[in-house]
Design a protein around this ligand. Structure first.
Ligand code: VG1
Ligand code: CO
Length: 540
């Protein structure tokens, strides 16, 4: 074992979901090593067992070998690694829990593109399987600012291609099948025979794995175990650069899937997942399901799946996610929770048994079966509901809106803004907050405005400055926040919502339905003045 001298490297501050930087930054001398040592210093490594895996993007394999050598040098007892150093984020979360380990290290920049000129990322998950809370990520960041050395074992690479047990300088390395335990878990949650019967009766599906990590999982579960036609899963081979695609399952980046689902020969059901497999997009024949609606529909119908037959303890959603799920919670007579953006805020609620289903507007849905959002889980819950109800996605959505009303919803992203300009815009907006209530903007009356702060109901921790909310009369809302996952400049996320109680006006185009609040939001934040931008790069 050697002790390597290093110096603190500025900017190793985890964002919404771990540390994400350009791959070349991670590949620079000491960069990865410093962050891993800071993490191991904070969580402690001696005698511990960790899970390790990533989404298979460029540098995943080499980073995994470095982390194994460092874990051994820091005295870890055992590391469970996915074969080829690959694990989807949900599968990693499950392995952490299943094996009662001391946590895990996940290598991913999730929905960000991969490759030598794109993005890489790393995060630590706790023994509950969930992303480290802010108290831990902040401690890791503080440690990176004082670090002067790290521990490294001198050894050859471990053969991660072979399933089985290896020894690395006294540390056990267990290379496991990345799919098997996850697929087994899914079988315990859902009515596989009912879904298989639906497929054998002619139900058709397209699953776009976007050349990212879910390919092998989706082929095994959908095609091999549930009997979906061979070829149901496309872009099923994970590639280090995701085939040049942007593995972000939304209508913009999964355009091929969208075109097929809106076309004349559309299958009954379509879905896509992201780089690390925790996100999902769901599409019916001829109809897109917004993630906020998806959460609400899943919550209203979850009892149709075996795992949730006894009902839900509560529903949690991130603040920018639409209030559609809240209406379901009221109808079910259960609690609903509104948390800051990022899955780490759901962990305490699930651990405490207060929330069963959680969701984010950013194509993330999940439940307390693990402590990450779970793309294939959401797809399987939809399939289970479709199999039991025997109706189309469009019919299920229409019935949902008739019962609960419709929360028209959209997110507009403005990418690559110079950070000082984005910061100035948010500062100016925050300064206006006290004056906004009572004012009229383009015919809309502002009822309230604030900067979202959250007090965790379980441990009392407080998170402030989580995004500006502007509430208009009648359930209309706009939210402004800056992304915490990007690696270049700033991304402004503008979230827009309008409630239509029905029965009239439930089938408008969302952008049309939201047009007044879009105009008002641009004016309130003076987006064009600060950023010289008036049209978004991505609309979801
Ligand atoms: C985005 C999403 C957020 C999500 C996060 C991680 O964060 O908005 O809802 O939890 O990505 O998702 P931000 O800070 O860029 O808005 V994943 O699938 O990239 O781990
Ligand atoms: Co992801």
């Amino acid at each position: 074992m050697t002790l390597v001298s290093t110096q603190p490297i500025a900017g190793q501050k985890p964002g919404t979901s771990g540390l994400r930087k350009k791959t070349k930054v991670f590949m620079a001398t000491h960069y990865l090593e410093n962050f891993v040592q800071a993490t191991l210093d904070v969580v402690g490594a001696s005698g511990k067992t960790f899970v390790l895996g990533g989404d298979g993007r460029y540098f995943n394999d080499r980073a995994a070998q470095v982390i194994l050598r460092m874990a051994a040098a820091n005295g870890a007892a055992r590391v469970i690694v996915g074969q080829g150093a690959v694990l989807s984020t949900p599968a990693a979360s499950h392995l952490i829990r299943l094996n009662k380990t001391d946590g895990g290290i996940i290598l991913s920049a999730s929905h960000n593109p991969g490759g030598p000129d794109e993005d890489f990322g790393i995060k630590f998950n706790m023994p509950n399987g969930g992303p480290a809370p802010e108290s831990v990520t902040e401690a890791i960041f503080q440690r990176t600012t004082t670090l002067t050395e790290y521990h490294m074992t001198e050894a050859q690479d471990v053969d991660l291609a072979q399933i089985g047990r290896h020894d690395l300088a006294g540390m056990i390395v267990d290379v496991v099948d990345p799919v098997a335990d996850y697929a087994a878990l899914m079988e315990t949650l859902f009515d596989f025979p009912a879904i298989a019967a639906m497929f054998s009766a002619g139900f058709t599906m397209r699953m776009d794995s976007m050349c990212a990590v879910t390919g092998p999982y989706a082929v095994e579960i959908l095609e091999n175990r549930l009997g979906a036609a061979k070829g149901t899963v496309v872009n099923a081979t994970p590639l280090p650069d995701f085939g040049g695609m942007h593995p972000d399952p939304n209508p913009t980046w999964a355009a091929t899937l969208m075109a097929e689902m809106m076309g004349p020969n559309a299958p009954d059901f379509g879905a896509a997942s992201d780089g690390d497999g925790d996100r999902n997009m769901v599409v019916g024949r001829g109809i897109y399901v917004s993630p906020s609606d998806s959460l609400a529909v899943l919550a209203a119908n979850a009892h149709l799946a075996p795992a949730y037959a006894k009902g839900l303890a509560g529903i949690a959603r991130s603040m920018p996610t639409s209030a559609a799920a809240d209406r379901v919670a009221v109808a079910l007579g259960i609690e609903s929770y509104e948390t800051p953006t990022g899955w780490k805020f759901f962990g305490n609620l699930m651990d405490a048994g207060r929330a069963t289903l959680c969701g984010e507007e950013s194509f993330g849905t999940g439940s307390d079966h693990i402590r990450e959002k779970d793309g294939l889980w959401a797809v399987l819950l939809w399939l289970n509901i479709l199999a039991v109800r025997g109706e189309s996605v469009a019919a299920i959505l229409a019935a949902h809106w008739r019962r609960f009303g419709r929360n028209y919803y959209s997110r507009h992203d403005f990418e690559g803004i110079a950070t000082p300009q984005a910061d100035a815009m948010m500062a100016a907006l925050r300064a206006r907050l006290p004056d906004l209530p009572g004012t009229q903007v383009h015919g809309l009356t502002i009822e309230a405005a604030d900067d979202f702060a959250y007090t965790d109901p379980v441990d009392g921790s407080v998170s402030t400055a989580q995004g500006v909310r502007v509430f208009f009369a009648g359930g209309t809302r706009s939210v402004f926040r800056l992304s915490g996952t990007g690696t270049e400049g700033a991304t402004l996320r503008l979230y827009l919502e309008r409630y239509a109680p029905g029965p009239a006006g439930l089938s408008e185009d969302p952008q049309m339905a939201l047009a007044p609040v879009i105009v008002a939001a641009h004016e309130i934040a003076a987006i064009a003045t600060h950023t010289a931008r008036d049209t978004p790069d991505v609309v979801t």
